[in-house]
Design a binder for this molecule. Structure first.
Ligand code: C5P
Ligand code: MG
Length: 162
């Protein structure tokens, strides 16, 4: 059913277990100095997964697992930028576009501050937004979950014809 709301809020989150010897990618950016990487069926980009889920949730379109089941062999090692592109396409097909997005990553190590601008720029590019519309926050778990990455994302969607 078509929505007539001018603005809609979306929220998404994701978590992955971390293990030594695996790559860590967040927001489409490789975290080169990470000791641990994400254990995942896809490329394990927990930030892009949460962005994609936020987009879908804003229009009550379910979640990425429905579009990219993690049991399907064809999605093994999948580039999460493709997951995000599909979610964005679904949003646009329904006549909406993202306005701004807030990203939170909880990770004990390494420090991500040096990557803040690159993550903002990369996610902005993937969403077709200026980087001023992408907020990026980092938190530690204060040692509660050292082998774990958690992401939380809100997005504001606007009806394109408003
Ligand atoms: O979680 P906490 O409040 O202790 O985080 C302190 C600071 O460390 C924050 O300003 C955050 O930007 C930064 N941080 C970071 N990389 C992380 C976790 C936190 O740069 N992986
Ligand atoms: Mg994930």
């Amino acid at each position: 059913m078509k929505s007539f709301l001018a603005y809609r809020i979306g929220y998404g989150e994701d978590a992955h277990r971390l293990a030594a010897g695996l790559p860590l990618v967040l927001g489409g950016v490789a975290v080169a100095h990470a000791e641990y990487g994400a254990v995942a069926h896809s490329d394990g980009d927990a930030l892009l997964h949460a962005v994609a889920d936020a987009l879908l949730s804003g229009l009550a379109l379910g979640d990425i697992g429905q579009y990219f089941p993690d049991t399907a062999a064809e999605w093994r090692g999948l580039d999460s930028r493709l997951i995000l592109a599909r979610a964005l396409e679904l949003v646009r097909e329904r006549g909406y576009q993202p306005v701004n997005v807030a990203l939170v990553v909880t990770l004990d190590r390494p420090k991500l501050g040096p990557l803040r601008a690159e993550i903002a720029r990369t996610v902005a590019g993937l969403l077709g937004l200026p980087e001023t519309e992408v907020g990026v926050s980092f938190k530690t778990s204060e040692g509660l979950a050292p082998e774990h990455v958690q992401t939380r994302v809100t997005v504001l969607l606007e009806r394109a014809d408003v």
